[in-house]
Design a protein around this ligand. Sequence first.
Ligand SMILES: Nc1ncnc2c1ncn2[C@@H]1O[C@H](COP(=O)(O)OP(=O)(O)OP(=O)(O)O)[C@@H](O)[C@H]1O
Length: 258
Amino acid sequence: MMAGECIIEVEGLYTRYGNHVVHENINLGVHRGEVLALVGGSGSGKTALMRQMLGLEKPAQGKVRVFGLPLYGDRKKLQDMRNRCGVLFQKGALFSALSVYDNVALPMRELRALDEGMIRKLVMLKLKMVDIDIKHATKMPAELSGGMIKRIALARAMALDPELLFLDEPTAGLDPELSEAFVKLIQTMRQELTLTIVMATHDLDTLVALSDRIAVLAEQRIVALGTLPEVLKTNHSFVRNFFCGERGKRSLENHSNI
Ligand SMILES: Nc1ncnc2c1ncn2[C@@H]1O[C@H](COP(=O)(O)OP(=O)(O)OP(=O)(O)O)[C@@H](O)[C@H]1O
């Protein structure tokens, strides 16, 4: 695949749950190596769109291609595609019945291609990458702070060295300091690895710090798509309220490169 090529292509996508229309004719390309942020009000369908990009849900209409291959066909191909993706979703970030070690090892074990010795080495490497001391490896999720859970969930999402990473509200529930540390961690990972990231977030600081482009979902459509300065020029009420309220102005001022 060439640089700049779309790693995800969404074409004419419609989502309906019964009579409830969530998306109407969504068209979107995610470029290799970029961080694309999805923003929109609660219920605007950010998570649903990410689930469809992963083939976890089938749209009512439309096509999704990931790594150049259409989803919703061959199950084996879908699994191969998922093995190239990491996912950090809001709910169920970690399995509560599994230790830190087993949570991170799970995707490796599911591959059925690595022996336990190799898995051990890789788990330690992933924990180190997210700055978690191995002394925590035997702990259960209930014993961990919110910030640690996010980091370990990120280690699990990165378990198979994905090319494509999905982050659903990665900094939700973290205080500003932890949130900033988590953003820095993702920035470092991006510098060291070739990663494409699709991220849904309500948090303006996270959005401004991480995203290369932003897609704004409102009224079932994408009402703005582009870099932050481009999106800011859009005269849509959601964009105005989201970015130009007091909090929005503060976040933008903190990032003087905008
Ligand atoms: N499996 C489902 N069955 C029925 N309705 C659903 C289902 N999944 C999502 N929805 C509805 O679709 C809409 C979009 O949901 P989604 O979770 O994608 O929104 P979101 O933009 O991620 O919201 P939030 O910011 O609150 O997480 C919501 O109204 C939700 O209730």
